[in-house]
Design a protein around this ligand. Structure first.
Ligand code: AMP
Length: 290
């Protein structure tokens, strides 16, 4: 199609599924402007030379490795399973899940070696084989395309290897996790042989993506404190190249502006409150370029 040979970057995302909404939301957070609705096969960005193609997620690794598209967003699970030669660029912090081995709640299978000689249903045969080899397990793999979690109940398998995030599907099917094979999240991958021009565009996209990822992981805070507690404050508020202390007119007071990482946000706020700081302004960050 002529449309796609215009030198623009081509990025594939999942057309319809668990990663679709989060992928679209993330792309918008990076500042890219484009239309998207369910029946669309591709969108052109208004403010960046980028075409977004909507594809089946298990086709994405192959399309990226063969250069049909330059970039793809897919679950690490799909990439590990398909083992296509692509370049991993960034973890995108959504689409979290784990590939696990699960057995019926009352199964006699208690430890890994109990899997020897058992039938195990999965739609992840490659990941399963690698795990079995590493752990010296001889089991029969039953390859299924979907509804893996029902196979023990209908007598097709003794155990399953499947993705889980909240664990609720496993519980509903009376299954318990025996062990985890790996964790997964959405990742950005690229073709290995991009032209010089495309590499430049990809670097530009990576800067945008990193800016959006950092913004998501940090909060902006501003507070006013007694000047004398400044040394203690400096120990609590991490310095990330974004810390400003300035003196405000009120005698003996200092104004502090900083960014705090989401995962230590509440414990930092608690520490500040213990120090007697009462009013703290917290704002979301749109972009953070570091
Ligand atoms: P879908 O084809 O719509 O089921 O989307 C599957 C993709 O979503 C997987 O390849 C994973 O990367 C991701 N995902 C996140 N959580 C889960 C989950 N609990 N079960 C299956 N896939 C998940």
């Amino acid at each position: 199609m002529k449309k796609f040979n215009n030198g623009n970057l081509k990025l594939a995302i999942q057309k319809e599924g668990r990663l679709t909404q989060d992928s679209l939301a993330f792309l918008r957070q990076t500042g890219l402007e484009f239309e998207s609705y369910q029946k669309l096969l591709y969108s052109s960005c208004r403010n960046f030379p980028l075409e977004i193609l909507y594809l089946r997620d298990d086709d994405i690794p192959n399309y990226v490795s063969t250069g049909v598209v330059d970039l793809g967003i897919a679950g690490q699970n799909i990439l590990s399973e398909k083992r296509e030669p692509v370049k991993k660029l960034l973890n995108l912090r959504f689409g979290f899940c784990s590939l696990v081995i699960a057995v019926p709640k009352d199964s006699p299978i208690k430890i890994l070696s109990d899997l020897n000689g058992k039938r195990i249903a999965t739609s992840y045969p490659n990941s399963s084989k690698v795990f079995f080899k590493k752990n010296n397990i001889q089991a029969d793999l039953v390859q299924v395309r979907g509804s893996v979690e029902i196979t023990p109940a209908i007598g097709v398998a003794d155990a399953i290897i499947d993705l889980t995030s909240t664990g609720s599907t496993l519980i509903l099917q009376d299954l318990r996790v025996l062990t985890k094979i790996y964790d997964s999240e959405a990742v950005l991958v690229a073709n290995n042989d991009l032209s010089k021009n495309k590499k430049k565009l990809v670097n530009n996209i990576i800067t945008r993506f990193k800016g959006a990822l950092s913004a998501k992981n940090y909060k902006y805070i501003n507070l006013s404190a007694e000047e004398k507690i400044l040394p203690r404050l400096k120990k609590i508020i991490p310095v990330l190249g974004f810390q400003y202390f300035s003196f405000i007119p009120q005698k003996g007071k200092v104004s502090v502006t900083s960014v705090i990482k989401e995962d230590i946000f509440w414990e930092t706020i608690e520490k500040l409150k213990i120090m007697g700081i009462k009013r703290i302004l917290v704002l979301p960050i749109e972009k953070m370029i570091i």
